[in-house]
Design a protein around this ligand. Structure first.
Ligand code: P53
Length: 476
């Protein structure tokens, strides 16, 4: 299908990454150790392990990343060659506050991001920044138990304030917590750890623990929004949610009802961030479950005072559920496969129409500008003898998604700020720690164990995406 229409002018085309997945330099520049520095290599079958020390016989892929810490000028130059208007990255909290609870930030860490942002601005690329993306100083986990502890709110807002004060003239679009709703899948240890620095005790109720941590994060997020606006009213601070729409398997009324509850369970985080209060069903659920949660009157005031300016979202796939005998959605058990879509090699259900559906759903529910800050296909790439990567499957995935995004904007009137495909340069997978689960337009010559030259190569998708940007989405 040919759709020659272009996107609105000023549409922010770019790419997205996260500090810990590409920087490396894990113990350089005064950086403290972070939670991901204790997270081993895994695979689709083998979950990543959390170790309490750095063990010699394990491989920790985030230590080295793709060495962006030292090579970023070369990489940003390649982004500029594709015509990026923006570049989404995150700030490693442990570079700025190595332990997380200090009063004074680490100057060398601040300087690194200042230089990186300048390097982007040199090419007219606007940095878009997530404050914390699946990363925090390990000290905050060891000494305070991660986000189970209310004190984390103050540590986070101190970090946020330093960043806003120093970078507000260079960075206008901010997000607080990456995929804050990923922890809906609270049974998964890796998820609790990366989202919230939580290591549950043996008999601890993980669901209650997740709700408590998420509450503190939401309060911290709303305070950060207020701080940003005090420092500079021009700053736009968004939420960041992992958008996976959840469909009913059939039109049986109970399937519809279950899908609705599943959506409520996955998206109450953004309800709070956008509307400033907890949905009724959830407060009711808390009391029925007899959860003992520390949610104060003052917290509720903060939530109302610090609602977000826009919604950042990732979109990779859709989910499907089928009602059996319960209405409480448990993401670790209740997903079924959708017979109408195909999966990636890592079992993610590819569904471009689901992106248009999601943008409309979010628009109807929240009436705020949307920003797609992640989308993409994790796939194995083959490098040919003449150093080419023919990734037509990736082009196909992105093309189909951009087409649906175009319909949402031009046919449905959705207010969309921009689009930054994930892992615009190959990097370490968050879920598995693999290098071989690649998303990039730029190939990095490196395997799962960090072997390889780390040389950067342009894939076929590199030229394709450059042309998309050049024609403002008219030619896909
Ligand atoms: P990887 C799960 C579901 C949807 C998005 O993921 C997710 C996850 C966590 O794995 O994470 C986001 O690398 C995340 C990125 C991550 C990207 O999606 O597991 O914000 O950090 O790399 C892709 O294939």
């Amino acid at each position: 299908i040919v759709d020659k229409r272009a996107f609105p002018k000023d549409f922010l085309w770019g790419g997205a990454v996260a500090a810990h997945q590409l920087e490396g330099g894990y113990d350089e520049g005064g950086k403290g150790l972070s939670i991901v520095d204790f997270f081993t290599l895994g695979s689709r079958e083998q979950p990543r392990k959390i170790t309490s020390t750095i063990e010699k016989e394990q491989h920790y892929p985030n230590h080295e990343g793709i060495n962006f810490y030292h090579r970023y000028p070369e990489d940003v130059k390649l982004f500029a060659e594709m015509g990026f208007k923006c570049f989404r990255t995150s700030i490693a909290w442990s570079r700025i506050f190595p332990n997380g609870d200090e009063e004074v930030p680490n100057e060398e860490g601040l300087q690194f991001y200042d230089d990186l942002f300048d390097e982007c601005l040199k090419y007219g690329i606007e940095p878009v920044v997530t404050l914390t993306h699946f990363e925090m100083p390990i000290h905050l986990v060891r000494e305070y138990g991660g986000w189970r502890n209310r004190q984390l709110i103050d540590f986070f807002t101190r970090f946020a304030k330093v960043c806003f004060e120093l970078y507000h003239q260079k960075v206008h679009y901010w997000m607080t917590f990456n995929e804050i709703n990923n922890q809906t899948k609270f049974e998964d240890e890796g998820v609790l750890y990366t989202n919230s620095g939580l290591i549950p005790e043996k008999d601890e109720n993980r669901e209650q623990l997740m709700y408590q941590a998420a509450h503190y994060e939401l309060v911290a997020s709303s305070q950060a929004v207020q701080i940003a606006h005090q420092i500079d009213p021009k700053l736009q601070v968004g939420s960041m949610i992992a958008m996976c729409p959840i469909y009913p398997l059939t039109s049986k009324p109970n399937d519809i009802l279950f899908a609705q509850r599943a959506m409520q369970t996955r998206y109450w985080f953004s309800d709070v961030q956008v509307q400033g209060f907890y949905p009724e069903w959830l407060l009711d659920y808390f009391s029925k479950q007899k959860f003992d949660l520390d949610i104060t009157e003052a917290d509720l005031q903060e939530l109302l005072a610090g609602t977000v300016d826009y919604i950042g979202l990732s979109y990779y796939m859709s989910f499907t559920v089928e009602y059996t005998d319960h209405l409480n959605y448990n993401e670790a058990h209740d997903l079924v496969s959708n017979p109408y879509v195909v999966e990636t090699d890592w079992g993610w259900q590819i569904d471009p129409v689901g992106l248009r559906y999601s943008l409309n759903w979010l628009n109807d529910r929240y009436h705020l500008p949307l920003f797609i800050v992640e989308n993409g296909l994790g796939a194995v790439d083959q490098k040919t003898k003449d150093n080419k990567i023919h990734d037509d499957y990736r082009i196909k995935y992105l093309k189909e998604h951009i087409l649906q995004m175009k319909k949402a904007v031009l046919d449905d009137g959705v207010d969309l700020i921009g689009y930054t495909p994930w892992g615009c340069i190959d990097l370490v997978s968050a879920g598995t720690g693999q290098m071989s689960k690649r998303y990039g337009f730029i190939y990095v010559d490196q395997d799962d164990y960090g072997n390889g030259s780390k040389e950067r190569l342009r894939k076929d998708s590199f030229d394709w995406y450059a042309h998309v940007i050049e024609t403002n989405g008219a030619e896909l």
